[in-house]
Design a binder for this molecule. Structure first.
Ligand SMILES: Cc1cc2nc3c(=O)[nH]c(=O)nc-3n(C[C@H](O)[C@H](O)[C@H](O)COP(=O)(O)OP(=O)(O)OC[C@H]3O[C@@H](n4cnc5c(N)ncnc54)[C@H](O)[C@@H]3O)c2cc1C
Length: 525
């Protein structure tokens, strides 16, 4: 017999299958010897009270052998002789688009300006060591995109449960733990993601698709109002850059940091609009302190609970101020994509075990907040702030930083707490040189958050400047039904860089949708 149960149990029961079996036997009057397996289907922590409980939905196999169907498998046929579709960018948007094309019987040709996910790692280490950013291989560019060396949080505000489940199941098929199907806040971890991404690439190649690293799209090939391919520069097969042409409809999934692509699209008068962004700082606390606050316990999270998360949001002066991409037990990282920039972001390993917890603390900025009507003005604003931050950081990746309470009280910090940010910090009056529009709102919001969570507003926490790459600064205009560009047939602006998603899962969902629409387009030709 297979039976499902809703349980509300202590943390030491919730994270151990044997303990769940014992609990079921005791509380439900079952014979423990007949319980062959217990699978956790959903898990969420209720930390509202001092006594923390975990809600579980479990499936018990009683005198029953479980089938190996812990995730739903997708079949990937041989597509080597099928019509080709060009996918530009191997971030989550591009990779899920490519896999979906295979599933639908089309042959994806993936172009990625950066290196494969393993090679890329060496360039990330160099940023902290030498303060030099490789413009083609960094925390945003390379196989896996901005999502590869990230926190690997897989939750999304998308209400399309079926689409979210599909993305999570594809991750499981490629090596992610099936725990992501159960946890309400699923998380893979930066140490586990590269293998999963590698497996996704192998599926594409085994099915007959192609993946070209070191291959940067430079322009679209147009035939009237139809996109029929791309021009690219490649060092994939030789160290000397070679100009290459790839023919086929194009899914453009180049992410929010491909500023050369935005400049090209603007110059080529391909329809886009300026889009709101959110900008601010990374805020880093000792993770123990966040655990104490969130679990209402001076001893922190104890042996069984995961590092605590938080989420804050408020309105100040008509603009949203909120925590973004919270990384419990993680690292603050240097996410610049070029010289003379400092950009902060966060990531964490699967065990979320570092001494620090961080999040972006950002202020919403709308196109009308920035003077002029230039399409790229939000991007220019980001660039200026990143350059200013670099100058304040002594023209290296050393990030300007300030203690949190000092910032709120307009005081310079004489020293700084220890940090996970590997290139190092330099004390700096952020309240003084960052745009007032941002600092005044952050100061006010921090006071509100400090009241909501006692101990959160503290000089033990550090603000690290500047968090600027939270989303795309433009939206490439596409038709709502066909997902095709509003004027150019055969061009599918996709995922975060096109302004239609934010985060790994939503980029994956948009990638799949673009592939479906590209399939409909190919079939109509
Ligand atoms: C450090 C960090 C941590 C993050 N943590 C999380 C998290 O925990 N959870 C979450 O949901 N989201 C997280 N995000 C956000 C998430 O990574 C992005 O939302 C997601 O990766 C967007 O997917 P995408 O495919 O649209 O674009 P991207 O991931 O940006 O991928 C775009 C790809 O296109 C390539 N490219 C760009 N230009 C060209 C060109 N001209 N030719 C060929 N290739 C090109 C790039 O190299 C890149 O690989 C994080 C982001 C960062 C930077």
């Amino acid at each position: 017999m297979i039976k499902e149960f809703q349980l509300r149990v202590a943390p030491q029961v919730a994270y151990n299958e044997e303990n769940i079996k014992e609990y079921l036997a005791r509380e439900e009057g079952l014979d423990a010897r007949t319980l062959n397996q217990v699978r956790v289907l959903k898990r969420s922590i209720d930390a509202r009270q001092r006594n923390i409980l975990v809600n579980l939905k479990v499936r018990a196999y009683i005198n029953e052998i479980p089938h190996d169907n812990s995730f739903i498998k997708t079949e990937y046929p041989d597509v080597s002789h099928s019509p080709r579709v060009i996918v530009v960018g191997a971030g989550p948007g591009g990779l899920f688009a490519a896999l979906k094309l295979v599933e639908l019987g089309l042959c994806p040709i993936v172009l990625e300006r950066g290196k494969d996910v393993r090679e890329r790692k060496k360039d990330l280490a160099q940023i902290s060591r030498t303060h030099k950013v490789d413009e083609e291989s960094n925390y945003c560019f390379g196989e896996g995109g901005a999502g590869a060396y990230s926190d690997g949080k897989l939750y999304t505000r998308s209400k399309k449960r079926g689409s979210v489940d599909k993305i999570l199941n594809v991750f499981c098929q490629h090596g992610a733990s099936t725990a992501i199907l159960a946890d309400v806040h699923p998380h893979i971890g930066t140490d586990k993601l590269p293998k999963v991404i590698e497996n996704m690439r192998n599926t594409i190649i085994k099915s007959g698709g192609e993946v070209h690293f070191h291959t940067k799209m430079t322009s679209l090939i147009l035939d009237g109002n139809k996109v029929v391919g791309v021009e690219a520069v490649s060092t994939f097969e030789s160290n000397t850059p070679i100009e290459k042409t790839f023919r086929g409809p194009v899914i453009l999934a180049t992410g929010h940091s491909a500023r050369d692509i935005y400049r090209y699209l603007a110059e080529a008068e391909i329809e886009m609009e300026a889009k709101g962004i959110a900008v601010g700082v990374r805020l880093e606390h000792p993770s123990e302190l966040i655990d104490q606050i969130q679990y209402h316990n001076k001893n922190g999270r104890g042996k069984y609970l995961p590092a605590a998360e938080y989420s804050f949001v408020t309105q100040v002066g008509g603009r949203g101020v909120y925590s973004f991409c919270m990384c419990p037990g993680g690292f603050v990282i240097p996410a610049a994509t070029g010289p003379a920039q400092i950009v902060t972001n966060g990531m964490s390993p699967a065990n979320r075990g570092t001494k620090w917890s961080n999040s972006g603390m950002v202020v919403q900025i709308n196109p009308e907040d920035i003077e002029g009507d230039n399409l790229l003005r939000m991007m220019t604003f980001q660039e200026q702030l990143e350059r200013d931050t670099w100058q304040q950081g002594n023209m290296k990746q050393t990030a300007p930083a300030q203690r949190m309470a000092d910032f709120v009280n307009n005081r310079l910090s004489y020293d700084l707490p220890s940090t996970s940010y590997a290139p190092g910090l330099i004390s700096s009056p952020l309240h003084f040189w960052m745009p007032k529009f941002i600092t005044s709102r952050l100061q006010s919001a921090f006071k509100t958050f400090g009241k909501q969570a006692h101990g959160f507003l503290t000089n033990e926490a550090t603000l690290i400047a500047s968090e600027t790459r939270t989303s795309s600064p433009v939206r490439i205009l596409r038709d709502r039904e066909t997902l095709m560009h509003v004027r150019l047939q055969g061009l599918f602006p996709c995922a975060e860089g096109a302004g239609y998603s934010g985060g790994i899962v939503s980029a994956g969902i948009d990638g799949e949708r673009c592939a479906e629409m590209a399939n409909a387009y190919v079939n109509s030709l």
